[in-house]
Design a protein around this ligand. Structure first.
Ligand SMILES: Nc1ncnc2c1ncn2[C@@H]1O[C@H](COP(=O)(O)OP(=O)(O)OP(=O)(O)O)[C@@H](O)[C@H]1O
Ligand SMILES: [Mg+2]
Length: 250
């Protein structure tokens, strides 16, 4: 029951973008994916979700290469919330969340109590119940982000891949979301820019630099002054906080 990348590469127009990444998801819990802009985080997430075919290596789902698995089967177990959602649809917030049920149902299936319950729970977990009947197009940026996450939760995935889900969220909703993740009972890969949030809320951190995975381990194992200087090009000081290393930048 695993999702893993084995020496996976991807190039666009001959330019290598993901270079020989071997990544294992922890058995349970939250894996934070960090790295500078353009380091390949979103590209790797798309590869892991089977939305992109690698140019080398492979992604394995329960030991099977993802390229040989039908999209519908992948969608029943894995959800990706992308960095930018461009959906412009005449649906309510609740109807957008309900789209998350599509992979779990056959087209001719009637809408069941179980579908209804999954949508209701997803809205509740993301704190969006009160916006359920509002047109999607009128939601704020942060509310749309939360509805996209609710849609992914309604899918009831075993692996949830989130690309910068705290974008657009105010600090309280960022913290609410980060605290929600470990309670979901799914394996999660979350691309983040805030290293302190990654340290505080992730069981493991994987670091991308220039298309390569340069470190993976617990926050205490991975986050050190030398790595932060090398990968992000900034000077940092690291203290031991109550929930993992705390980083101060200067
Ligand atoms: N389809 C594409 N064609 C050409 N270049 C691409 C394509 N997709 C991504 N890239 C390039 O690959 C690099 C990695 O992009 P990616 O979106 O994976 O980075 P990222 O780590 O998610 O960055 P960010 O933190 O800004 O979201 C970037 O330089 C980007 O311009
Ligand atoms: Mg990205």
């Amino acid at each position: 029951m695993t999702l893993r990348a084995e020496d996976v590469s991807w190039a666009a127009g001959g330019v290598p973008i993901v270079r020989g990444v071997t990544l294992r998801l922890p058995e349970k819990g939250v894996l934070g994916l960090v790295g500078p802009n353009g380091s390949g985080k979103s590209s790797l997430l798309r590869l892991l979700a089977g939305l992109r075919r690698g140019t080398g290596g492979a992604i394995y789902v329960d030991g099977r290469p993802i390229d040989g698995i039908r999209r519908s089967e992948i969608a029943r177990r894995l959800a990706l919330v992308e960095q930018q959602s461009t959906t412009e649809v005449a649906l309510t917030a609740r109807e957008v969340v309900a789209l998350g049920r599509l992979p779990q149902r056959r087209v001719w299936d009637a809408w069941t109590d179980r579908d209804e319950a999954a949508v209701t729970l997803a809205l509740r977990r993301t704190g969006m119940t009160h916006r359920a009947s509002q047109p999607w197009s009128t939601l704020s940026g942060g509310e749309r982000q939360r509805i996209q996450i609710a849609r992914a939760l309604a899918q009831e995935p075993r692996e949830l891949l989130l690309d910068e889900p705290t974008n657009h969220l105010d600090i309280r909703h960022q913290l609410d979301l980060m605290r929600l993740l470990p309670t979901l009972g799914t394996r999660i890969v979350v691309a983040l820019h805030d290293l302190n949030q990654a340290s505080a809320f992730c069981d493991e951190i994987a670091v991308m630099h220039d298309g390569r995975l340069v470190a993976q381990g617990t926050p205490a194992e991975v986050l050190n002054v030398a790595l932060i200087r090398e990968v992000f090009g900034v000077e940092a000081r690291i203290e031991n906080g109550p929930s993992g290393p705390r980083i101060a930048f200067f």
